[in-house]
Design a protein around this ligand. Structure first.
Ligand SMILES: [Zn+2]
Ligand SMILES: [Zn+2]
Length: 459
């Protein structure tokens, strides 16, 4: 099968697309798809099997992190009440509870429930308010959600104006361990149950310093706050399965991780051997699976069969082709090319998350993840092999040589009555028919975008 040629779409649906190649490369996945087309009902009877295969594969690839809660969008997963219920469910179904003879079932089920609840709240250091009004603390300057309560913490104007719900507590990580501990203790008093952080800022590409991360891990454990790393953007793209698994961030991992985008499914994964879960006694795999099963029983069919098959295919390809390692080579190659065109240009981000000034994106005619009012734009290239090959990139993506390939793409788009997918200026869906056939760049119909688009210099 001919592999698709690379192109200058580094937007990739805000990083939701890891590969332009088929996700059915693995033999088993291909067979499941074929069976599904012929007899979907038969494959549906294997739903639990396949979901369990996915769970095992995920945990093996991501170093023991189990996908427990599955959702359509990562901001759905990070709703404070969802996270609080997930934490309570994890504790209430743990071996710590089942093996405690004081909590053994009696003839009075309501009394039993109360006893278990009291025990769990004591374990978590929560009171009634943490249950009725849970909050998640966000780390200042590094965390950005798309919508909901955590969007209040974003520095981006367009995200802030759609934030809703209670303002999250915002934590600042400075140099002092004690100051951080104090502010986390205060956050916990204000009903915070967890702290969420990004490893790479979605806004300006700043990378979380390893010493800050280590300090945060220690202080969260001390104050009994669950630490959540949001890896929606950083998973696989930063040189390790999860970005925090890079050597410099140390061995201890966070309690929970949110994931999504390119993996095909979004959700929350759990580490059963983290500071907040270790004492729950999840040593046997049967116990872990029981808890996952109890949680998933509350949300029937969290993902449909085609989504699951797609997600399985992505995971097999990521493992078999070592995408984390490839992401480093791709990042290096593209950074080299940027330096070739614009020596000394500041490039932020990590691995295959490349964050540059929007002006640079404009000058290099790249389609990128960008916002109208943001100074930076994010290049999120696909992780296919050609993107690590400088010669190939020079021929099809960057500079005057790429004109021919762009003209071919334009011709194809006109033949099929389509257009470039994203507005070159603001990153949303491109809708105008007045797009550039020389550069294969599109735009939306907003007046500011129209004006700015007119000023772009063609290749
Ligand atoms: Zn636009
Ligand atoms: Zn042009």
């Amino acid at each position: 099968m001919a592999k698709p040629l690379p192109n200058h779409d580094f937007h990739n649906s805000w990083g939701c697309i890891y590969s332009g190649e088929t996700t059915a490369k693995d033999e088993a996945v291909r067979q499941w798809w074929q069976d599904y087309f012929q007899n979907p009902a038969l494959v549906e009877t294997r739903y639990h099997d396949l979901l369990s295969t996915y769970t095992q594969l995920f945990a093996a690839f991501f170093g023991g992190y189990y996908p427990i809660s599955l959702h359509a969008h990562v901001s759905d997963a990070l709703s404070p009440t969802t996270v609080a219920s997930l934490i309570l469910n994890t504790c209430a179904t743990s071996p710590l509870i089942f093996k405690n003879t004081d909590l053994a079932p009696s003839v009075l089920p309501t009394e039993d429930g109360k006893k278990v609840q009291e025990y769990v709240l004591e374990y978590l250091g929560w009171n009634e308010s943490h249950v009725t009004n849970p909050r998640i603390a966000a780390v200042r300057g590094i965390y950005g959600a798309a919508f909901g309560p955590l969007a209040h913490a974003s520095k981006e104007w367009e995200v802030q104006i759609i934030a809703s719900g209670l303002q999250p507590t915002v934590i600042q990580i400075g140099d002092s361990h004690d100051a951080l501990s104090d502010s986390l203790a205060e956050a916990k008093r204000q009903c915070c149950i967890a702290v969420v952080i990004d490893m790479v800022s979605t806004e300006n590409g700043a990378v979380l310093a390893p010493d800050r991360f280590k300090m945060l891990k220690k202080c969260c454990a001390k104050e009994k706050l669950w630490l959540i790393v949001d890896e929606a953007l950083t998973a696989i793209r930063c040189g390790a399965p999860f970005c925090f698994q890079r050597d410099e961030y140390g061995k201890e991992g966070p309690d929970l991780v949110s994931f999504g985008k390119g993996l095909g499914v979004s959700g929350i994964v759990i580490n059963f051997a983290s500071p907040m879960t270790r004492c729950l006694g999840f040593v046997d795999s049967d116990d872990r699976h029981q808890t996952i099963m109890y949680w998933r029983a509350l949300v029937s069919r969290p993902v449909t069969m085609p989504v699951l098959l797609d997600a399985l295919g992505i995971l097999y390809a990521a493992r078999d082709e070592d995408w984390p390692k490839r992401s480093l080579a791709i990042g290096e190659t593209i950074c080299d090319i940027i330096q070739g065109y614009h020596p000394g240009e500041e490039v932020y981000g990590l691995g295959a998350i490349i964050v540059v000034d929007k002006e640079t994106t404009m000058r290099m005619n790249i389609m990128a993840g960008t916002r109208r009012r943001c100074q930076y734009s994010r290049w999120l290239p696909k992780l296919d092999t050609p993107y690590a090959d400088r010669q190939v990139l020079e021929a099809y993506v960057f500079g005057p040589l790429s004109k021919q390939h762009r003209a071919t793409l334009s011709l194809l788009a006109d033949t099929n009555s389509t257009h470039p997918a994203w507005c070159f200026i603001c990153g949303i869906e491109s809708t105008s028919n007045d797009w550039c056939r020389t550069c294969f760049l599109g735009r939306c119909q907003n007046e500011v975008c129209e004006e700015t688009f007119k000023q772009h210099t063609c290749l």
